[in-house]
Write a protein that binds this ligand. Structure first.
Ligand code: UDP
Length: 323
């Protein structure tokens, strides 16, 4: 069967990599990307020259189409704390409003895929975090627009599955980095690389002992591809996808420093409610996606990302975004 697919947020960092994978599918009849270019960039899909591809500049929460889709992949949302904290209402609209609107564009029997987040675990007191861990999110905290809108969208989808049998696939993505992150994105890896290549001063918030599990985008998108479009999978999620090697922020900053002689680390005040740790329990992922594993270590992944950023910043026009 030839399938029509809609991806919201397909001009974004992860979305654009997923678009590349989707266009390799022989059963793809049509791919519509809906993106309002809030955090996404046209440049991320500028290389796409496939007659099946169609870009619609629109908000996920209000997009209308003259057709229904076999598969919808809802990724539209900022993922960097800097960006979502700046516009919390818009973040909530993109996630929850986007899901509500896009559900109305799904064909009966179609599949709805959603990128949720490890942020649903809040500042976890269990490590590593299995999908069954309910987390500890503060709904009045500075990260709430993102965390709670992801949680609520999960609730919407699993409840739709319960009452109407909706075919859902929900992943919880852990920290992801790699080429096509905005140079002004503000998350740790991209910020450190941008800073090393421009000011030479890397801003570590607090003492840098807080940890994350850093997943290179190719590994992460590989997991998404396997989970989102394999018909044979019966598990509907939530499913943790990430690299389970937990490394401190300071170690990441030191490694980036080692790539640029003369760069240095500056410690800044800790960020309010910054989670102290984050690590996926991948037991379920190994069962559901046999053979999938995040294989690219942080040194290799950061080197690859660094080379991409160097081209963007030094030879491209992106340095203006950092000003
Ligand atoms: N971080 C930092 N300096 C930066 C950006 C981030 O020390 O310039 C820290 C941040 O405080 C957090 C970790 O790096 O502890 C990961 O932050 P990021 O924004 O990448 O993602 P998060 O997991 O917090 O959503």
């Amino acid at each position: 069967m030839r399938r029509s697919v809609l991806v919201s947020g397909g001009c974004g960092f992860i979305g654009s990599h997923l678009v590349d994978r989707l266009l390799r599918r022989n059963d793809l009849e049509k791919l519509v990307v809906v993106d309002n270019l809030w955090t996404g960039l046209r440049d991320n899909i500028a290389h796409v020259a496939d007659p099946r591809f169609n870009l619609q500049i629109a908000d996920a929460e209000s997009f209308t189409a003259g057709q229904h889709f076999d598969e919808i992949i809802h990724l539209a949302s900022p993922a960097s704390p800097v960006w979502y904290m700046r516009e919390p209402a818009r973040t909530i609209r993109a996630n929850i409003g986007g899901a509500l609107n896009l559900l109305s564009l799904l064909k009966p029997g179609g599949r709805f895929c959603f990128a949720s987040t490890s942020e649903v675990y809040g500042d976890p007191v269990v490590s590593p975090q299995p999908e069954s861990y309910r987390g500890s999110v503060d709904c009045t905290g500075p990260r709430a627009s993102y965390d709670e809108s992801k949680r609520c969208t999960e609730a919407l989808l699993f409840e739709e599955q319960r009452v109407s049998g909706l075919d859902v696939r929900v992943v919880r993505l852990f920290n992801t980095y790699g080429p096509r992150t905005r140079v002004d994105d503000g998350r740790a890896v991209s910020n450190f690389i941008s800073q090393a290549l421009t000011t030479g001063i890397l801003t570590v918030y607090g003492d840098g002992s807080q940890s994350r599990s850093w997943g290179f985008v190719d590994d992460i998108v590989d997991g998404l591809e396997r989970f989102f479009w394999r018909d044979s999978i019966s598990h509907r999620g939530p499913l943790n996808i990430g690299n389970n090697r937990e490394i401190s922020v300071l170690e990441i900053a030191k490694f980036v420093c080692s790539l640029v002689p003369g760069s240095r680390i500056e410690h800044h005040a800790p960020v309010l409610q910054d989670p102290t740790n984050r690590c996926p329990d991948l037991t379920l992922a190994r069962q559901v996606l046999p053979g999938w594993e995040a294989t690219i270590g942080y040194q290799d992944g950061i080197r690859r990302t660094f080379e991409w950023f160097r081209r963007e910043i030094v030879t491209g026009s992106k340095s203006a975004a950092l000003a």
